[in-house]
Design a protein around this ligand. Structure first.
Ligand SMILES: Nc1ncnc2c1ncn2[C@@H]1O[C@H](COP(=O)(O)OP(=O)(O)O)[C@@H](O)[C@H]1O
Ligand SMILES: [Mg+2]
Length: 332
C-alpha cells in the first residue's frame, strides 16, 4: 500500500473553535459535506453561549484546495451589508495531502429562498412580494459590485431568508446573499486559470463540467455569454466574461422569473457531463432558449404587471443597467 492510500489524519480531527451539531441544514455544490448548525467551543459572553451559527464544511484532496476557501473568506471579510450574509469566523486544517475547512456565518433560520418558496410559501409569488426581494438583492449586488466583486452563482439556493412577515396574505421577506464560493474580483488577472478552479464542486447539480469545458455558475441561471465562450480555447476571453457584473444581473432576472412562475424561463436543455460519474444528463439552460421563447414565457407570467414584466424582459434581453433600476416603482 502506498502512503497516498492511507486515510488522512485530518479526517477525524475536530475544528478547534467550533463544535458542529448533527443538524444538517444544507448541502450545495461546493460544500462536499454540507452546512451544519454549529456553536462556539469557548463561550465568553452570554450571547456567544446561546448563539447558533451556520458552519459550512469543505474537504479537498488537491494541494491548492484551500485557495477556494480562502477566496470565499476574503470576499466575505470585505463586505459588511444587511443583505449579505455575515462571516463569523473560519478554520482551515491542512496537511500535505488533504485539507478541510469550516466557514462559519450567521444562521438564517428560514433557510434558502428556493426551499422557503417551495416548502413554506408553496405558491407563485405576486409583484408585492417579489419587488422587495428584487430591491434587497440589488442593494447587496450594488455593495459587492462597488467593491469589484462579481458573485457569479446567484440563484434561489444562494439567497437566504433572514426573516419574514405575512401582511394580508402577502409574504414580506428579509433576504441575504450567500455562497461566495464562485465569486471573483474583477481586478484578478485576466489570464487566471480560475475557471478551472472549482474542482471541489465536481459532480454536483451546480458543477460546471460542460461537454466543451468548464464554466462557472449554474446552468439554469447562467448568462448566454457563459455558454458562448469555449474557455479551453480562449482563456483570456473566458476570464473577461467570467468577471463581468452583467452575469449577476442576468441571474437576478432568472430568480425573479422563478419566483413568479416556479420555473425557469425557456425550456431549452443541453447535455452536461457529470465529472464524478462521467454520465451525461440534460439540464435546462434558459440562456440558450432564444429571445422568442423567453419573450413568450415572460408574457405568460401570472401575478406580474406590465412594469415588472418589462423589467424581467429587459433583464433577459440584456438591456439593463443596474443604475436604471433604482428609480422604478417595483423597487418595493
Ligand atoms: N448561514 C446559513 N443559514 C442557513 N442556511 C444556510 C446558511 N448557509 C448555507 N445554508 C444552507 O446550505 C445550503 C448550501 O450552502 P452554500 O453556502 O450555498 O454552499 P455550497 O457552496 O455548497 O452551495 C444553502 O442553499 C442553504 O440552504
Ligand atoms: Mg450554494
Amino acid at each position: 500500500m502506498t502512503s497516498q492510500l492511507l486515510p488522512s489524519p485530518l479526517a477525524d480531527q475536530p475544528f478547534s473553535r467550533f463544535i458542529l451539531s448533527s443538524q444538517k441544514i444544507g448541502s450545495g455544490g461546493q460544500s462536499r459535506s454540507g452546512v451544519w448548525i454549529c456553536r462556539r467551543r469557548v463561550k465568553k459572553t452570554a450571547q456567544a453561549r446561546g448563539e447558533k451559527l451556520a458552519g459550512k464544511t469543505l474537504v479537498w484532496k488537491q494541494l491548492n484546495g484551500f485557495e477556494i476557501v480562502k477566496r470565499e473568506v476574503e470576499i466575505l471579510k470585505k463586505v459588511s451589508h444587511p443583505n449579505i450574509v455575515r462571516l463569523v469566523d473560519y478554520e482551515i486544517l491542512q496537511d500535505w495531502r488533504s485539507g478541510k475547512a469550516l466557514i462559519v456565518t450567521e444562521l438564517m433560520k428560514y433557510g434558502d429562498l428556493m426551499t422557503f418558496h417551495t416548502q413554506t410559501i408553496r405558491r407563485n409569488l405576486v409583484e408585492k412580494e417579489v419587488a422587495p426581494i428584487n430591491h434587497q438583492i440589488l442593494l447587496g449586488l450594488r455593495c459587492i459590485h462597488g467593491k469589484g466583486i462579481v458573485h457569479r452563482d446567484l440563484k434561489c439556493c444562494n439567497i437566504l431568508v433572514a426573516g419574514f412577515q405575512i401582511i394580508e396574505g402577502i409574504y414580506l421577506l428579509i433576504i441575504k446573499i450567500a455562497d461566495f464560493g464562485f465569486s471573483k474580483k474583477m481586478s484578478d488577472e485576466a489570464n487566471s486559470t480560475e475557471p478551472h478552479l472549482p474542482a471541489v464542486r465536481a459532480g454536483s447539480a451546480s458543477s460546471r463540467a460542460s461537454i466543451h469545458g468548464w464554466f462557472v455558475g449554474t446552468n439554469e441561471y447562467a448568462a448566454p455569454e457563459v455558454f458562448a465562450v469555449d474557455d479551453d480555447r480562449d482563456r483570456a476571453l473566458a476570464a473577461t466574461v467570467y468577471r463581468s457584473t452583467a452575469l449577476d444581473l442576468w441571474s437576478l432576472g432568472v430568480i425573479l422569473f422563478r419566483l413568479f412562475t416556479g420555473m425557469a424561463p425557456g425550456n431549452t436543455k443541453r447535455a452536461f457531463k457529470d465529472s464524478r460519474t462521467g454520465k451525461e444528463e440534460l439540464r435546462v439552460c434558459p440562456a440558450l432558449s432564444g429571445q422568442v421563447c423567453l419573450d413568450e414565457d415572460v408574457e405568460d407570467m401570472k401575478g406580474c404587471q406590465g412594469g415588472f414584466k418589462n423589467l424581467i424582459a429587459r433583464h433577459l434581453k440584456r438591456k439593463l443597467k443596474i443604475e436604471l433600476l433604482w428609480t422604478r416603482h417595483w423597487m418595493g
